[in-house]
Design a protein around this ligand. Structure first.
Ligand code: PCA
Length: 208
């Protein structure tokens, strides 16, 4: 059975919950019988998030790492690329606010996701779940852990497939806001379940 590490983030910026944490907890309760699933909720902390993620990758040795976080987008967004920049619009939960500094000094400018981002988009749309590939994961914690995971895989010569998916807010998060887009929680959970299935099919093909 393929080993999967599924991650989300704790709440930040004054929010009471983070959709990515909810999805991790829901899917961790047994939605995916076809894989050995480990879940992890990361702190929104520039110094702690990547060490926690990389330590889970070292101990679990996953075939697939699917990382998630929330962003104010109308659709589920598989990210195509992670860039080597930390430039935080707001401080993280520990008060760090780097401005335009490299994540890894001397590291490559960027890494592409090794998830089948277009196949995920096609699969979700076929099931009527709104989804569009995104070409920027931003320059905050989501891009940070995405870059760190890809760098860890590249520098250790691993075969692990990894990538990041941004999730919209749920309706409950925006009931008093006029401009922030949202999707129903069940739709987002279904979308990530489908995305996992699509990734697992790709992992199995590349293992043959
Ligand atoms: N979203 C932030 C970090 C944590 C999260 O859920 C981001 O898009 O970088």
């Amino acid at each position: 059975m393929p080993k999967v590490l599924l991650t989300g983030f704790e709440p930040f910026d004054g929010a009471s919950s983070n959709p990515s944490q909810v999805v991790v907890e829901t899917l961790g309760k047994g939605h995916q019988p076809s894989c050995d699933l480990k879940t992890l909720v990361l702190p929104v902390d520039r110094k702690q998030a990547a060490p926690k993620l990389l330590s889970a990758m070292r101990s679990h040795e996953p075939d697939l790492v699917l990382m998630m976080g929330v962003a104010p987008r109308p659709q589920i967004a598989p990210e195509r690329v992670a860039i080597n920049v930390d430039d935080y619009r707001i401080p993280d939960n520990a008060g760090n606010q780097p401005a335009g500094v490299p994540i890894i000094e001397g590291g490559p400018v960027a890494y592409f996701s090794s998830l089948p981002v277009k196949a995920i988009e096609t699969s979700l749309r076929a099931h009527k779940v709104p989804c569009t590939v995104s070409n920027s994961a931003g320059t905050y914690l989501c891009n940070h852990v995405f870059y760190q995971a890809m760098h860890f895989i590249a520098t250790n010569g691993l075969q692990t497939k990894a990538g990041f998916i941004h999730l919209p807010f749920f309706h409950e998060h925006v009931i008093d806001q006029q401009k922030t887009p949202s999707l129903a929680e069940g739709t987002v959970v279904e979308g990530i379940d489908l995305a996992l299935e699509t990734c697992l099919a790709a992992v199995q093909v590349s293992a043959v």
